[in-house]
Design a protein around this ligand. Structure first.
Ligand SMILES: Nc1ncnc2c1ncn2[C@@H]1O[C@H](COP(=O)(O)OP(=O)(O)OP(=O)(O)O)[C@@H](O)[C@H]1O
Ligand SMILES: [K+]
Ligand SMILES: [Mg+2]
Length: 716
């Protein structure tokens, strides 16, 4: 009965690209594996000197104090010149410059990447469509040529094979293969299509085949590429709450030591050994936590940089830190765990219905279904010899798919009689039939179960006409689990992270895919609200939650999660909602993200420990020397265990060591302390002993060595 309408052209799908794989990165992304090239240090020197401007320095309270101290000692060296005063002044300035150097080197690494990205920023001319309307296909919409920089959100542009996508947006019509290597470094083309979760396109990428209409979503100057450039350059970096807290702690320590040093002078006066301003400043600088103060911002920048090297664009530093403490990972199924092209593989009719009739009804209900699933049903039906087109329904009303109803279909009149067709999730269609007084044969449930048990997604197809409502059969949608994913989920488990798959699919399909992918738990038939609720629940339990997803229906959850990783293949809404974008669209990338986050936290902790222990040790090196030989303080002489050459050489050695240790630790700050999956407790113990004891011992050896060298300088 449904075989009534002439054949018309249905869009062809380009051949899908091979699955993503490693090792096809653009070379420039691999700038510096963690080692610091001495040339980089030299190249960053001018930047380090520029950063001496007080306006920049006040942002680093500890170093600002050192800079003020440098000015004071320089003045006093000018007024009362001595070798000692000049040595101290020069090394204090070097301390500040070395600290700036750490930040400049960290920033410098991103500059090369930013340059490469800038070159890909499109200067293209866009083909803007004057009045484009969804659902009406035409090839002769009025077109105007405008510079890409003139595009505004809600503009529609057409992009054909060989042309560059002029801005970020969403494909609203057509399918195309796109070369995204300019952004992702991945040379294999990807499919971008309207309707589904693979509808996002990025400005600067290139359409290789076919023709798409794109709704622009970004404002000029605020494109994904712009944000990436700002990110790798570090210009948009803001201090994270953790960094702010640490900065406050460091600033408080500095204030305490300033008070201690200032109150020292009356005591020294009383003992008949008043100290010069140079000595007091030197004492202060050795005591305050200059090492961590100098390296703090470099550690943060380097963490972001390590993510960029792993093809993750983190839009917030806070998220990177949160990643270090994540305990639960929620993943969307289709497109995240699976490759994401759920395609119709078979029509399974119930008894008494032919496969052709089922295919016919399924195709009719999918003619206007712009989802990849819908399009694949139209194609499969064509292979069964069924050819309808949406031009056939001048009086038909299409019911688009929604994640809430989990159904799509069409209402139309046929030879005067009404006819409704629906396809969708098993229970949704069963309810639809029941509401219309129809009977659902047991067989239907059995078909649904067998498809689901195989990991497929069953879509029941039902019809209602004057004969009543009834189920015709099911469409078997197939998707493939991304290769190698189970091993990586096992790694996440070893890191103590629970993986939960959330899907709109039915429980049986969910169970089969969950088992194949090796996730710990799953939630089936989840609406966007369910996904959100689950995250809130986990967060209420004190857990930090990561979420990876690609669909518009994942967007609320991505926004709520502490770490929201959107797949680059996903929709603009998903990418907008998350705080990270994985350019490789690999859900197990979270392993790398967690590693970088943990590494960041551990590095900061280790260097803070080292810095403070260092200062304690320096205290014992410098104070006995200062008061050596002063009547009433003979006891302190016993503390001069190091047998340093003279009071002035002891103080100068401490200051020189204090400056050099910053340079020595730049590579560690940039590379990060190595992280191996183990318990937080074991890590803490290991780092405290290594960096705490190291921090206590290093100054004694270092200062003694420097003292041995500089004692030959006359006047020290
Ligand atoms: N085009 C469509 N027409 C009718 N029903 C559909 C269509 N696409 C999907 N469905 C049904 O709706 C259910 C929910 O699909 P949806 O894509 O919203 O899932 P989801 O929440 O994104 O989960 P995931 O992406 O993890 O599988 C599917 O399991 C399927 O039964
Ligand atoms: K110090
Ligand atoms: Mg989805």
């Amino acid at each position: 009965m449904l075989h009534l309408l002439p054949d018309q052209d249905v869009q062809a799908t380009p051949t899908p690209p091979p699955p993503p794989g490693p090792g096809r990165r653009r070379s420039h992304r691999k700038v510096g594996g963690g080692l610091v090239d001495p040339k980089q240090l030299v190249a960053s020197l001018p930047d380090a000197v520029r950063k001496l401007h007080p306006r920049v320095m006040v942002k680093h309270p500890v170093l600002f104090v050192v800079e003020v101290g440098s000015v004071l000692t320089t003045l006093s060296a000018v007024l009362e010149p001595s070798v000692f005063a000049w040595v101290i002044s020069v090394w204090l300035w070097l301390t500040v410059i070395f600290a700036n150097l750490a930040e400049a080197v960290a920033e410098g690494r991103g500059k090369a990447q930013a340059e490469a990205l800038r070159r890909t920023r499109s200067t293209t001319v866009a083909r803007r469509l004057r009045s484009w309307r969804v659902g009406i296909q035409s090839h002769d919409w009025e077109e105007e040529q405008v510079p890409a920089t003139d595009l505004r959100p809600q503009d529609f542009v057409v992009v054909a094979a060989g042309e560059t996508v002029p801005g970020d947006g969403e494909v609203v019509d057509g399918v195309a293969s796109v070369d995204e290597s300019a952004i992702t470094g991945e040379s294999a083309p990807v499919i971008r299509e309207s309707g589904g979760d693979r509808s996002g396109v990025t400005g600067g990428t290139k359409v290789l085949s076919d023709r798409i209409v794109v709704r622009i979503t970004s404002r000029p100057g605020h494109t994904f590429l712009d944000r990436m450039i700002a990110l790798v350059e570090g210009t948009s970096r803001q201090k994270t709450p953790n960094e702010l807290a640490l900065n406050i702690l460091l600033a408080s320590l500095t204030v305490i030591f300033i008070l201690a040093v200032v109150s020292l002078q009356p005591m020294a006066d009383w003992a008949g050994a008043p100290q010069t301003i140079t000595v007091l400043v030197a004492l202060l600088v050795t005591l305050i936590p200059t090492t961590i103060g100098a390296l703090l911002s470099a550690i943060g920048i380097a963490g972001m940089d390590r993510l960029v090297q792993r093809n993750v664009v983190a839009l917030s530093g806070r998220a990177v830190e949160a990643a270090g403490d994540v305990s639960t990972l929620l993943l969307d199924k289709t497109g995240t765990i699976t490759l994401g092209n759920r395609r119709a593989a078979a029509f399974v009719p119930v008894k008494g219905i032919s496969a052709e009739l089922l295919a016919d009804a399924a195709q009719l209900s999918s003619l206007s279904d712009e989802t990849p699933e819908g399009r694949s049903i139209v194609e499969l039906a064509k292979q069964h010899g069924i050819h309808h087109s949406d031009g056939d329904f001048s009086h038909g009303r299409f019911v688009p798919f929604s994640a809430q109803t989990r159904m799509s279909g069409v209402d139309f009149a046929f030879q005067g009689d009404f006819c409704r067709i629906r396809k969708g999730a098993g229970n949704a269609v069963v309810q639809w039939v029941a509401r219309r007084g129809g009977q659902v044969p047991e067989e239907a449930a059995w078909i649904v179960e067998s498809i689901a048990a195989a990991g497929g997604t069953p879509l029941l197809v039902a019809i209602e006409d004057p004969d009543g409502a009834r189920v015709l059969g099911a469409v078997h949608l197939k998707d493939v689990v991304k290769p190698g994913i189970a091993e990586r989920f096992a790694e996440l488990r070893a890191m103590g992270i629970k993986t939960v798959m959330v899907t709109g699919d039915n429980p049986l399909t969910a169970r089969a895919i969950a088992a194949e992918a090796g996730v710990d738990d799953f939630i089936a038939e989840a609406t966007p609200e369910d996904k959100l609720a689950r995250i809130r629940e986990e967060q209420a339990g004190g857990n930090l939650v990561a979420m990876t997803g690609d669909g518009t229906n994942d967007a609320p959850a991505l926004a709520q999660a502490d770490v929201g990783v959107a797949m680059n293949t996903g929709t603009p809404a998903a990418k907008e909602a998350g705080n990270m974008v994985d350019l490789d669209s690999n859900p197990t990338k979270l392993i790398d993200i967690v590693e970088v986050g943990k590494q960041l936290l551990i590095t900061r902790g280790a260097l803070t420990t080292f810095s403070i222990c260092n200062d304690v040790a320096k205290y014992f090196a410098i104070v006995p020397a200062m008061f050596g030989g002063v009547a009433g303080y003979e006891g302190l002489e016993k503390l001069n265990v190091m047998g340093l050459h003279s009071p002035t050489s002891a103080i100068a050695s401490a200051i020189i060591f204090n400056a050099l240790i910053i340079v020595a630790l730049i590579p560690l700050a940039l590379r990060g302390v190595r992280y191996a999956p183990s318990s937080a407790h074991a890590l803490l113990r290991r780092n405290l002993s290594l960096y705490g004891v190291g921090g206590l011992v290093a100054p004694f050896a270092g200062i003694k060595l420097i003292d041995l060298l500089i004692q030959y300088i006359p006047g020290i």
